[in-house]
Design a protein around this ligand. Structure first.
Ligand code: NG1
Length: 473
């Protein structure tokens, strides 16, 4: 059997089972299956929302969404999940789809569909003579996710990407992969996370046996061949990085701190229109982190008060104007709900130094220098722990175990505050088996009694998302 691009036989069999459940046995049903992988980020953490590069791989674990088109006059989504732990849902397609209460899994599905509707609305697709979204086709959708959730492997992007692709297929809406990545990148703002675009871009643009050097604004990708002897071990701390609660507030707070650092730096350097640190970097070819951090330190205290009074003064704008600019009506406003000072210098120092590491890592990896790559990963972890303050004692402990087991390097991957670590190994001196054993003995065996069981695996760089027509597959 010829397998469609990026699909394996197991995934195809899963899609066939889901199709039966989605009602694809109706003779007239147009029915599609989209698969989208999770990702593990090798390096370039908390840089994407500053418009600065990342180096992830799409992984060989995916989410599949099967969508069977409803009759032409039905514009509802009937949603089910292969895992009975996630309840079925039904909602209408509207220009503005109201979210379910925070934490509901189906909000990711709504987020993706809202993203598609917004994108095509901007292109005039729903303007006169069809001023509403009435001409959109509903669908019966069934989701089967095999990317471990809340583990820093981007199960959420796997779900939003596969949903968006299946929904577009049902509605005969077409976009190229870069446009799709750009569109879906913003979709998770719907669930209240001001995420950058790394996860969705990695899921869509993934390439077997390759890492992806991804740049933003606009999204560009360069595939970097993984050295043949490189092996990636990912291990979940079992400390959930739950994006619907405290982790989201911490994440959004970092987004605000980085944006403030960028504006103050832009102001000090007399650059116009700087919103994110990427704007500064792009305006200054030949920039280097040490110099920019020095300029920021000269222009601003390292940490600012808990509100926006101080940065507004530095920037010479009113506090309300700055607030409106930073937050709009958006959810990041919650980031200021505490008395904690806003850390500017440390956050910028991490982002700028991390950017230097990412650029270097792409070359080092392409040249097969795993030892050097490991050192960059270790430096990234230290910076995330010290300057970005998003590691935890448990993540630090795991990273230590991986290094003791012989890994070239190890670091937290994803947003941190829990979730997973990634360790770089090979088939020889830094064997994945030894690293896994070290993590088992030094970490999982010491978890509190009753803690959820261990989850760790060797993951491979896999292909990006794709959609197939199940009538012809
Ligand atoms: P995780 O924690 O894997 O979901 C998050 C963001 C990314 C990126 C990383 C940090 C979401 C959906 N994704 O990844 O865009 O900013 O943190 O590098 O929030």
């Amino acid at each position: 059997m010829n397998l469609p691009d990026g699909w394996n036989a197991g995934e195809l069999a899963r899609a066939a089972l889901l199709a039966a459940r989605a009602g694809g046995d109706r003779a007239d049903a147009r029915i599609f299956a989209a698969r989208a992988p999770g990702r593990v980020n090798l390096i370039g953490e908390h840089t994407d929302y500053s418009g600065l590069p990342v180096l992830p791989v799409a992984i060989d674990r995916s989410t599949i969404v099967v969508a069977a088109a409803s009759a032409a006059n039905e514009s509802e989504i009937e949603l089910a999940n292969a895992d009975p732990g996630w309840p079925s849902r039904r909602f209408a397609l509207e220009r503005r789809i109201p979210p379910y209460p925070t934490g509901d899994w189906a909000n990711y599905v709504k987020a993706a569909i809202q993203g598609v509707i917004d994108h095509f609305a901007r292109r005039g697709r729903f303007s006169a003579p069809a001023p509403s979204v009435d001409n959109l086709r509903g669908a019966s959708m069934v989701v089967d996710g095999r990317v471990p959730p809340a583990a820093g492997l981007s199960s959420s992007a796997a779900l939003t990407v596969s949903t968006a692709m299946a929904f577009m297929a049902v509605n005969e809406l077409e976009l190229d992969p870069i446009e799709t990545a750009t569109m879906v990148a913003r979709s998770e703002w719907y669930v209240g996370t001001r995420a950058g675009g790394m996860d969705q871009a990695a899921s869509i643009l993934g390439r077997r046996d390759h890492a992806l050097f991804i740049e933003f604004d606009p999204i560009r990708v360069r595939a970097v061949k993984m050295p043949a002897n490189a092996v990636l071990v990912v291990a979940d701390s079992r400390e959930p990085a739950d994006k619907s609660g405290i982790v989201r507030a911490e994440y959004n707070r970092r987004v605000v701190e980085c944006a403030l650092a960028a504006r103050i730096l832009g102001h000090a350097l007399k650059l116009d229109g700087v919103m994110i640190l990427g704007d500064v970097v792009r305006a200054l070819p030949g920039w280097n982190a040490a110099e920019l951090v020095g300029k920021l330190a000269a222009a601003s205290p390292a940490r600012l008060g808990a509100d926006l009074k101080e940065p507004a003064n530095i920037l010479g704008v009113s506090q309300s104007a700055l607030e409106a600019e930073l937050f709009g009506q958006g959810p990041a406003r919650i980031a200021l709900d505490s008395n904690r000072p806003l850390e500017i210098l440390k956050r910028a120092r991490h982002v700028l130094r991390e950017t230097e590491r990412v650029i270097r890592a792409a070359d080092v990896l392409a040249a097969g220098r795993l030892d050097e790559m490991g050192k960059l990963m270790n430096a990234s972890h230290a910076s995330l722990a010290d300057d970005f303050e998003c590691s935890t004692a448990r993540l630090d402990a795991m990273v230590e175990c991986a290094r003791r087991g012989g890994a070239f390097g190890a670091r937290l991957t994803g947003a941190g505050f829990g979730g997973s670590i990634v360790a770089l190994c090979d088939n020889d001196t830094a064997s994945a088996d030894a690293v896994i054993e070290s993590i088992d003995r030094g970490y999982y065996a010491k978890l509190d009694p009753g803690a959820p069981e261990s989850w760790r695996a060797v993951l491979h760089a896999g292909a990006g998302a794709s959609v197939i027509d199940l009538r012809t597959a």
